[in-house]
Design a binder for this molecule. Structure first.
Ligand code: M6R
Length: 367
């Protein structure tokens, strides 16, 4: 059942070229320059005319939501907020008829997310679901939605569900942007083609980086704390890298926007602290390179995720993992993969139960 892999988590990481492809198959039509999402057609007009989208989710799905916020604001020019379902549910949020609540959930059964949606629905919001489990409670409650096609995810740590969520969220953003006219035909085509190339880029990482990541895992497995830093679209990837490491290895890890470092966390840096930078080539690259230099000056150990052939970031790093070049909007789908693998191999090195970490449940159906 693990298909020859030692753990479900590894199998699911390796399935990503297929699950990302499955999540866009039949939906992204490059010839017709069109995105077909049958589950949202009925509400497409309302969604593209809304003044506000509130994304509600927990955990890894919440991280996908943070990335979607940046993408939707950039491409669709709609105001987006991202909320932890548990907070949104218990306070008295302002919801107006016509607001779109975008729920992201692998299981479709997370109690806090479900109740947050029930409350919003009563107040006239349109519920748009991005869910993996067909027929789940959140899927049934949604007015409109697009399933992720990740297949069953058994590992408690979410991996392939996250990249499937990002795939579908990109499709939704592109579709709304095209309807609203906030994206040029050329940019639409460029991003569609970039999305289409993601499976082969993820495959490249799986084919070429494993040995290197295993060595990095061996070298840093005894660290007590880790810091993960990123900027822009890669900031939530840093948060996700930290969450994965905590879940799988029980090593304390924190994710931050790289520029926030100076406002506190930099006090932690010494020669014992590994700092993981998601430093791919994008509009923020120069800025993140100076953040790397700041950590280096304080003797922190630099591990980075870099774009292939980026000699600058490589030379500044103690260790690095490479990914193929990608548009910055699409990059998180690719840059998260080395971080999933890093936490997996650290967990394995430490002899831990990576598929079922202590204290965690696959779906959190209690509040
Ligand atoms: O099923 P959901 O996507 O609603 O679950 C949300 C979180 O419980 C989930 O992502 C959790 O954080 C994972 N253990 C992360 O790996």
């Amino acid at each position: 059942e693990k298909g020859g892999y030692d753990h479900f988590m590894l199998k699911e990481i390796f399935e990503q070229p297929d699950t990302i492809y499955d999540s866009m198959r039949g939906r992204l039509d490059l010839q017709a320059k069109q995105i077909i999402l049958s589950g949202i057609e009925k509400y497409a007009h309302e969604i593209s005319n809304t003044n506000r989208i509130v994304i509600v989710a927990c955990g890894t799905s919440w991280h996908a939501g943070l990335i979607a916020e940046y993408i939707i604001e950039e491409l669709c020019r709609i105001n987006v907020e991202v909320e932890y379902a548990s907070e949104f549910r218990y306070r008295n949020p302002v919801i107006q008829p016509g607001d779109v609540i975008l729920a992201i959930s692998q299981s479709g059964e997370t109690a806090d997310t479900l109740v947050a949606l029930e409350n919003a629905k009563k107040q006239g919001a349109i519920i748009l679901g991005v869910v993996n489990v067909v027929g789940s409670s959140i899927a049934r409650l949604s007015d409109a939605g697009a399933y992720t096609h990740a297949g069953p995810e058994i590992g408690v740590a979410s991996t392939k569900a996250f990249t499937a969520q990002l795939t579908v969220l990109n499709l939704i953003a592109l579709k709304i942007a095209a309807l609203k006219g906030t994206i040029s035909g050329e940019r639409f085509l460029q991003l569609s083609e970039e999305l289409h190339k993601v499976p082969e880029k993820v495959q490249w990482i799986l084919d070429t980086q494993i040995e290197k990541i295993q060595q990095i895992a061996k070298k840093y497995k005894d660290a007590r704390d880790f810091l993960f830093l990123g900027r822009g679209y890669n900031f939530p990837v840093a948060l996700e890298g930290a969450l994965k490491l905590k879940e799988i290895s029980y090593i304390h890890a924190e994710g931050y926007p790289a520029a926030e470092m100076k406002h506190g966390p930099i006090a932690l840096v010494d020669e014992n602290l590994p700092v993981v930078f998601v430093a791919t080539k994008d509009a923020y690259h120069e800025k993140i390179v100076s953040n790397i230099q700041e950590i280096k000056a304080r003797k922190g150990k630099i591990i980075s995720v870099v774009t292939r052939g980026d000699a600058v970031s490589e030379s500044l790093s103690d260790d690095y993992m490479e990914i193929p070049e990608a548009d910055e909007i699409i990059a998180p789908l690719i840059s998260v993969v080395p971080l999933q693998l890093l936490s997996y191999y650290i967990g394995v090195e430490l002899g831990l139960d990576v598929d079922k970490p202590r204290n965690l449940a696959k779906s959190v159906t209690v509040e």
